[in-house]
Design a protein around this ligand. Structure first.
Ligand code: M6R
Length: 615
């Protein structure tokens, strides 16, 4: 939620800031702005709407200077407008902020009484006023920011600059992400690594309460009490091109097509077929620890929650340990039954989702061991975990999650095999069979991507639908949920995912010729002796009997399902627990092509943001 970028060095920086903001636009895109300090003093240029509006404005007047901050906004306090866009400037101080200041109204009242005039409806502007007030009292910029931070309650990632203290940025973080980039005679700050990846791969991830004074030659890092810190420099192995579209029309399309590579990277070096076991770098789970466990508690939001429902099935099947899956936003407020015999697994692409982080902390405070399945290295959830299983999907820029989902499933499968081996519920030959199947998955993903034209044709055919129902049973139920989420978030078509067996308990009332139904109907004979397949055939018949139009996702070679469907998309077959990795892909491509055909903003759908760092 909201993207921050900052630069201090010798180069003209307005263009560089905009280029960084483009990489952060996924975090929020209702307005954007930059502040640059040069010979003419501190100049701020802001514009409501997409970054292109800011660029147009900068085309008319490009501020000159080599110290600057930029921001792309996802509104919390105050509607999207030029005035509410960041940076906020007051008395020669400019501020960009990501987070929420809870006591801003009290502070505003106090400042209004002292004669301050406000020009926006945001909570952020309060910072510019407070810092200016402290500078007027004679403090230097770093001390003024520190003093202002003591007065606010809430969450923030903050970057500040001042006319009185040129060639300096002061930054701090509390609950919102911030990373410092180390350049050659220049330094950077950003909400996320892609914003600065073109300039440096050496970064310092700031932790809660960290405070940094950044000049072109130095980064001075201290904690909330002013004590010096040495956080260590991390070398990022993402390349700048990984955060580009590489000829695809949208990031989402590129990311769908990257899944075979992302899965290979997630699996590589972690599974050994000969030994029938899995080696999870970053996880220190041993037999003693795992045999003590009485349950696994998973917390996640959105797509990561859907992956977690499949994760439950994988762990319960292979490791025979009870698993509960909770929406993180519900878990943290329900006095959960968690203790030191619980393994809490937090699943998050960004590793910054506020509810997931909050739940993870809650579970850990009750004694649970915390394992994170995360994509972003060094993110808050990863840092707070006892064990981390990174998904190696690479940067996911499209707001709609795709490769994060499939790599989370692969990570869960690895974890389930490992737990099964440690608990003794999975024999070496069985583990070998599962791992062989896992190794084949990237190749099967490539195969299903070849059906894109067929999927696109189906998408165009149904792109005028007002509603759409997704049905699946067993391992395909979470895929139905995920398919529906994808369609609604990028095409704005109302969609519901349902367990197919539940259809007759309500949703069947909705079915008529105006309600297309996408049915996930692969054959999965091993897990349930074909029961799911037989039952879903029955569900398809029930839909047809009520005039419903069926889009079927079926196994290659199946002759029954395609006969019952208006559009049919074949899939290669695999181990049923791994089938969701394959079967979700047609649902991703279907949603993508529906949305693209309808002309919506696929990568940046309305009202959404990539990382939800507010509750
Ligand atoms: O970064 P996280 O995995 O924690 O994000 C969780 C959700 O916000 C995210 O999956 C969201 O639902 C996506 N827009 C789905 O495409």
């Amino acid at each position: 939620m909201c993207g921050i970028v900052g630069y201090v060095g010798d180069e003209e920086c307005a263009g560089l800031l905009v280029e960084g903001l483009r990489k952060l636009e996924y975090r929020g895109y209702d307005s954007a702005g930059v502040a640059v300090l040069g010979k003419k003093g501190l100049e701020v240029v802001r514009a409501k709407g997409k970054l292109s509006n800011l660029e147009a404005r900068l085309g008319e007047h490009m501020p000159k200077g080599a110290t600057g901050i930029g921001h792309t906004r996802w509104a919390t306090h105050g509607k999207p407008s030029d005035e509410n866009a960041h940076p906020h400037k007051y008395g020669g101080v400019a501020v960009v902020h990501n987070g929420i200041i809870e006591n801003h109204l009290e502070l505003k009242d106090e400042l209004l009484k002292q004669g301050h005039k406000f020009s926006s409806e945001t909570d952020t502007e309060i910072f510019a006023h407070l810092i200016h007030r402290e500078i007027e009292k004679g403090l230097r910029l770093p001390e003024a920011v520190r003093s202002a931070l003591k007065q606010v309650k809430g969450t923030y990632a903050l970057a500040v600059m001042s006319e009185k203290f040129p060639e300096m940025l002061v930054v701090s973080k509390n609950a919102s992400p911030l990373v410092v980039g180390l350049g050659d005679k220049c330094n950077f700050v950003a909400s996320d690594v892609p914003a600065i990846l073109a300039h440096t791969r050496d970064v310092i991830y700031l932790e809660e309460g960290d405070f940094a004074v950044i000049t072109k030659g130095e980064v001075e890092l201290t904690n909330a009490n002013g004590e010096k810190l040495n956080r260590g420099v991390k070398r990022i192995d993402w390349t700048p091109t990984m955060a580009e579209k590489n000829g695809h029309k949208h990031f989402m399309h590129k990311e769908i097509h990257e899944q075979a590579r992302a899965l290979t990277d997630t699996i590589r070096g972690r599974a050994n077929i000969e030994e029938g076991d899995v080696f999870l770098d970053g996880c220190r789970l041993d037999a003693k620890l795992v045999q003590r466990l009485t349950k696994v508690q998973i917390v996640a939001c959105g797509t990561s929650w859907h992956a977690s429902i499949t994760g439950k099935l994988m762990i319960e099947t292979l490791a025979r340990i009870p698993v509960e899956v909770d929406l993180a936003s519900e878990f943290r407020y329900r006095d959960p039954l968690v203790d030191d015999k619980t393994l809490c697994v937090a699943v998050s692409q960004s590793g910054e989702t506020a509810d997931t982080l909050g739940s993870f902390r809650e579970a850990k405070s009750r004694g649970a061991r915390g394992l994170a399945i995360c994509n972003v290295v060094g993110s808050a959830i990863a840092r707070e975990a006892d064990d981390v299983l990174y998904t190696h999907a690479g940067p996911e820029i499209g707001v709609a999650s795709t490769k994060a989902f499939t790599t989370q499933l692969a990570a869960f499968f690895l974890l389930a095999v490992r737990l099964g081996r440690l608990r003794g519920t999975l024999s070496v030959p069985d583990a070998q069979k599962h791992l062989e199947a896992l190794f084949e998955v990237p190749m099967l993903v490539e195969r299903v991507l070849k059906y894109e034209e067929q999927i696109k044709a189906a998408a165009y055919k149904f792109s005028n639908a007002r509603d759409l129902l997704f049905l699946g049973r067993g391992p395909q139920y979470p895929v139905a949920l995920e398919g529906a989420l994808k369609l609604k978030e990028i095409s704005y078509i109302h969609a519901e995912g349902y367990a197919a067996g539940e259809m007759k308990h309500g949703p069947i009332a909705l079915i008529d010729e105006n309600m297309p139904v996408m049915v996930l109907a692969p054959r999965d004979s091993t897990i349930d002796a074909g029961v799911n397949y037989e039952k879903i055939l029955g569900n398809i018949q029930e839909v047809r009997a009520r005039g419903g139009r069926v889009i079927a996702i079926h196994s290659e070679g199946d002759t029954q399902v395609p006969k019952l469907a208006e559009a049919a998309i074949p899939l290669p077959q695999t181990n049923p627990l791994l089938m969701p990795i394959i079967s979700v892909i047609p649902t991703q491509l279907f949603s993508y092509h529906v949305a693209d055909h309808r002309g919506t903003d696929v990568d940046q759908p309305r009202n959404l943001a990539k990382s939800v760092t507010v509750e």
